[in-house]
Ligand binder design. Sequence first.
Ligand code: SF4
Ligand code: SF4
Length: 222
Amino acid sequence: MSLKTAFRETFSGFKSLLTGMRITAREAAKPSITVQYPHETLKMPERFRGHVKLILDPVTGKSRCTACNLCVRACPSDCIVVDGAKKDGEKKKSVTEYVLDFTTCSLCGSCVEACPSDAIEYSKDYNVVGLHREDFSHMDLVKKLEGESKVWAATHPEAAAAAAAAAPVAPPPPKPAAAQPAPVVPAPVSTAAAPAATAPTVPTPSVTTAGAQPQVPEPKTT
Ligand code: SF4
Ligand code: SF4
């Protein structure tokens, strides 16, 4: 190796070292991006697809799902079970059961697209963990929403009060029918209690004298 070549390689190595040290110094000056999991969580991007969840309506604090079952029919994996009931004072059904089998869900999005009420979306929950398969084969989304609703009511007291005031009021139960006067039943006439004056009079046979013969009318002669 000539002296010239050795000098060039030394210079190249020194230059490479300075470049590396410059990059290291620049990155060291930046704020840390390490997330201290599980004490910190990431904010997932808008397009992230977690499991399907019921949306909490910020006006009512409840779900907008009307249990129409369109998402059930749209699901190619048959992994949604929905039930609902119409409550007193409401025009549409409210969801009472929404169970997702996340073990067979492919996150295809058909259910979200089929929903006419904009009642479901993908959650941003990337932190779903469990010890048993059943934890994911029977995800109760109504129960999850009730938990969210409690937090919402606690953090938005004014909106929760307005929602409670605007909630449909169940009609009062029908009043019992007014008491009707008892029909007057004529008391049965007791013959025993009948006045003696109205008692049928039995003609007393005329007393005949002893030995007297009854009078037989004589036949008329024509
Ligand atoms: S994302 Fe697809 S597979 Fe999953 S529940 Fe919805 S329709 Fe079914
Ligand atoms: S989530 Fe939407 S499509 Fe599914 S039952 Fe409720 S309203 Fe209907």
